[in-house]
Design a protein around this ligand. Structure first.
Ligand code: DAT
Ligand code: MG
Length: 151
């Protein structure tokens, strides 16, 4: 219980704009638990796999090229309802529809540069986590603040 996981990834523009700490801060302050993180530049092939569901869409080639053009910060966050709540914290896919207070609403303008990725279901989270992290790169530990976050 409370072990749901989501892949949250800071995109190349989040890294370049110095917003890595800001994104991490929001998930930390919410009370979610960081269980994996890396700083890496992915290959275009890797991004094509990550976004496989979108392969028929016109922006897919440009999206995969962009996402592999510079470093990204993929992370695994754990906690009660983290997939759904993580998406709420991100905002809508289109930053113009994202409310202030959300990450995309506060820090981005264009749909193709919306700063951060978040898994859209528990099932896709499992697939994405397996794509970005080896089993032993996801760390099991007890968070010291656990009893202050869950009843
Ligand atoms: P989300 O990232 O909110 O899950 P998605 O899975 O539908 O959105 O699309 C993946 C990414 O592709 C999205 O974060 C930004 C980009 N994208 C989506 N729709 C786009 C569009 N119409 N034009 C350009 N890029 C788009
Ligand atoms: Mg998506």
């Amino acid at each position: 219980r409370n072990k749901e996981r989501s892949l949250i990834m800071i995109k190349p523009n989040g890294v370049q704009r110095g917003l890595v700490g800001e994104v991490i801060k929001r998930f930390e302050q919410k009370g979610f638990k960081l269980v994996a993180m890396k700083f890496t530049q992915a290959s275009e092939e890797h991004m094509k796999t990550h976004y496989k569901d979108l392969e028929k869409l016109k922006f897919y080639p440009g999206l995969c090229k962009y996402m592999s053009s510079n470093p990204v910060v993929p992370m695994v966050w754990e906690g009660l309802g983290v997939v759904k709540t993580g998406r709420v914290m991100l905002g809508e896919t289109d930053p113009a529809k994202s409310l202030p207070g959300t990450i995309r609403g506060d820090f981005s303008v264009h749909i193709g540069r919306n700063l951060v990725h978040g898994s859209d279901s528990v099932e896709s989270a499992k697939k994405e986590i397996a794509l970005w992290f080896k089993d032993d790169e996801v760390v099991t530990y007890t968070a010291g603040n656990n009893e202050w976050i869950y009843e």
